[in-house]
Design a protein around this ligand. Structure first.
Ligand code: FAD
Length: 416
């Protein structure tokens, strides 16, 4: 990223990690993302021999997947929060769809690492050891009938099944197992390739959308099937698809939030965490769009000089620069706070209002800056000649991803 770093407190180690991530992003993620984006059929993204699998391997070889996992399980322990922020800005700068796919692939295993059960600990250890990309995780919240309902479900009024309905995926306890039935939406990232999912599921239908628990589900269990990879306008390297549960027998130990109050708390915290991550990633995307526009403006000649020398283009670029820099300022501040204050057992809670504000601001900035960048490119910005049209498409999805921005703003307001 060609930006001027204003934070003079960043350690040498964090700077070195950022440099390495930048090289990985530009040499591995960027070319792979461009190649995968071109497949008209999203099934080809996940086909045998696809560069996607090579990307997973390279990411694991770089040991990015170990961040936050305890050293006893083979993890890297907690790395400095600012290093993690810098790495993720860079990965998204390279290709945000891949950055999301690679990042979410660790989610069930990082939850497993926090559980005392020896088998769950072993699962987390296996993930840390997996350099091939054989273990892949996903986060399963949304359902065909319930999208924003899930995002709003911790709000008052979402405990009335008559008004808001009940989640589709239900878990009914029978002996030492839960029987799972229902369907998760085609939006689940890594949905058709994941081996394990973090699944929000209904435990108590009388509580409507608030009656849910949370489970880590091995997705190879009998009764689980998948839909077709989703065909969408952007973030095409990110695999997405439905997951169906038909009388699935889930051993009790996998139900990590076995009651609705814990389930609601974990849902709330998961959402804040996801939104904070999205804010970091789309700060990187906004920077990528800005850099493309600046570079083009300095090279494209019209009126006998680079278009950068035309005042209206300069003004437009400076507007974009202001948006990116103010977004980065919020992103670093809110993300540092939320990553540091994320230990509910010790009464440390992230800030929901700041997490939601960050996600909304960063995704809107990424989209607006990418759109303005296309204006600067002129006609050619609308073609496949330059990456800017892809960045624009990728950014467009983000304003709905992990919560539509207006709905997230309603949730954010509830934290005020
Ligand atoms: C790229 C991408 C990746 C995603 N990854 C995942 C994932 O990994 N896991 C997962 O579970 N989901 C994922 N999602 C799903 C995403 O969280 C949902 O698409 C989002 O929450 C919106 O839900 P919906 O699409 O059903 O829209 P709806 O909920 O149907 O909303 C449609 C419109 O109605 C408005 N609306 C709905 N309800 C209300 C209300 N009560 N008050 C005011 N306005 C309302 C919304 O603001 C929106 O404009 C992903 C989505 C995208 C785009």
């Amino acid at each position: 990223m060609a930006y001027k770093e204003l934070d003079m407190t960043i350690s040498k180690e964090a700077q070195a990690m950022q440099k390495e991530a930048k090289s990985f992003a530009m040499n591995v993620l960027r070319p792979a993302g461009i190649e995968l984006d071109k497949f008209p059929d999203p099934s080809d993204v996940i086909a045998e021999g696809s560069i996607l699998w090579d990307t997973f391997k390279k990411y694991r070889e770089m040991e990015y997947h170990l961040s936050g996992f305890p050293e006893e399980l083979g993890g890297a322990g907690d790395i400095e929060p600012i290093a993690s922020i810098l790495i993720n800005e860079e990965l998204a700068y390279g290709d945000v769809g891949l950055a999301i796919s690679l990042g979410v692939s660790g989610m069930p295993f990082s939850l497993a690492a926090k559980m005392p059960d020896p088998e769950l600990q072993e699962l987390a250890r296996n993930y840390c050891e997996d350099k091939e990309g054989k273990l892949i995780g996903c986060w399963c919240m949304m359902e065909p009938e319930h999208g924003s309902d899930w995002i709003l479900s911790a709000q008052p009024g979402f405990d009335d099944p008559e008004k808001v309905g009940v989640p589709s995926v239900k878990a009914v306890k029978k002996g030492d197992e839960y029987i799972l039935n229902g369907q998760k939406a085609a939006w689940v990232s890594n949905g058709t390739i994941a081996t394990h999912g973090v699944v929000h599921l209904n435990l108590d239908p009388s509580l409507g959308m608030r009656g849910d628990g949370l489970a880590i589900v091995p997705l190879g269990l009998p009764g689980i099937s998948r839909g077709k990879p989703l065909n969408k306008i952007g973030q095409r390297p990110l695999n997405q698809g439905e997951i169906f549960f038909d009388d699935v027998k889930l051993p009790e130990k996998y139900m990590i939030a076995p009651d609705a109050s814990l389930g609601t708390l974990m849902k709330d915290l998961t959402l804040i965490g996801a939104n904070t991550s999205m804010g970091i990633l789309f700060t990187g995307v906004a920077q990528a769009a800005f850099d493309e526009a600046l570079d083009y403006a300095k090279n494209r000649i019209q009126g006998g000089k680079p278009i950068f020398d035309h005042q209206s283009v300069r003004l437009r670029l400076f507007e974009m620069f202001k948006m990116v820099e103010s977004t980065r300022a919020l992103s670093r501040r809110a993300a540092l706070y939320n990553m540091t204050n994320n230990d509910p057992l010790n009464n440390l809670f992230p800030s929901g209002a700041h997490g939601m504000a960050l996600k909304v601001v960063a995704t809107e900035t990424a989209f607006k800056v990418a759109s303005e960048a296309i204006q600067i490119f002129g006609g050619i910005g609308l073609t496949k000649e330059y990456i800017i049209e892809k960045i624009f498409r990728d950014a467009r999805l983000s304003m709905i991803e992990d919560g539509e921005n207006n709905v997230l703003s309603l949730v954010g307001a509830s934290h005020l």
